[in-house]
Design a binder for this molecule. Structure first.
Ligand SMILES: Cc1cc2nc3c(=O)[nH]c(=O)nc-3n(C[C@H](O)[C@H](O)[C@H](O)COP(=O)(O)O)c2cc1C
Length: 196
């Protein structure tokens, strides 16, 4: 099973979430996992140029997108990456049926962060990917996982430039969930192949 976590982070909070999501994936099963950070130096004249990142996604069973929320949406760097996924990859729907999920972080109590998550969902939908949200009812307990109550994916409020424990737990859980979903679909594919 190949999982790619592709994310952008400037001050490191999205990177902390990416590491926690990765740990969650690894806790479920042996997984070939790549953490791929979108870097500003890979963008020239507004265009994202790192083909190795795109090729890693070509090979993946699941892709988890992460971006900080900047001015109510994903960062410009993440968007440059997203725009680079157009062309044949989009035209021929080469990423169709891959499992997808996403996470974002802001400093606002709301901060319009849900909009970033919705953007990540739309990006996945444009590629025909299968979105996995959080099956955690956020009951408003500030010490519990999914305390901000988003089920489209993971939304986190960074405090003093760091990610707090309940949110790291939720990130870990999101990674576990994606790994479980991918293993289930891989098993079903193998069963279908055997019965054909
Ligand atoms: C240019 C800019 C715009 C931002 N816009 C928002 C915003 O709209 N909503 C929000 O909650 N936080 C906003 N923030 C705060 C960042 O999302 C927050 O600092 C986040 O932790 C940064 O992620 P990083 O540590 O991965 O770089 C903004 C920060 C910057 C620098």
């Amino acid at each position: 099973m190949k999982v790619v976590i592709v994310y952008h982070s400037i001050t490191g909070t999205t990177a902390q979430l990416a590491e926690a999501v990765a740990a969650g994936c690894r806790s479920v099963t042996a997984v070939d996992l790549q953490l791929l950070r979108i870097k500003g130096e890979d963008i020239t004249q507004g265009r994202y140029k790192n083909s190795a990142v795109l090729e890693a996604i070509d090979q993946a069973d699941a892709v988890i997108f992460g971006s900080p929320t900047f001015m109510g949406s994903v960062s410009a760097q993440f968007k440059a990456f997203a725009d680079a996924t157009a062309g044949d990859r989009w035209g021929e729907q080469l990423w169709a049926d891959k499992v997808a999920a996403g996470f974002t972080v802001g400093t606002g109590y709301c901060g319009d962060t849900l909009h970033s998550l919705h953007y990540l969902q739309i990006l996945a939908a444009q590629h025909g990917m299968l979105w996995t949200g959080l099956d955690l009812a956020g009951a408003g307990d500030v010490k519990a996982p999914n305390r901000l109550g988003a089920q489209a994916g993971l939304i986190v409020r960074a405090v003093d430039g760091a990610i707090e424990q309940p949110d790291l737990q939720t990130a870990f859980y999101l990674g576990q969930r994606v790994a479980r979903v991918v293993s289930r679909s891989t098993r079903q594919e193998q069963q279908t192949e055997r019965t054909q």
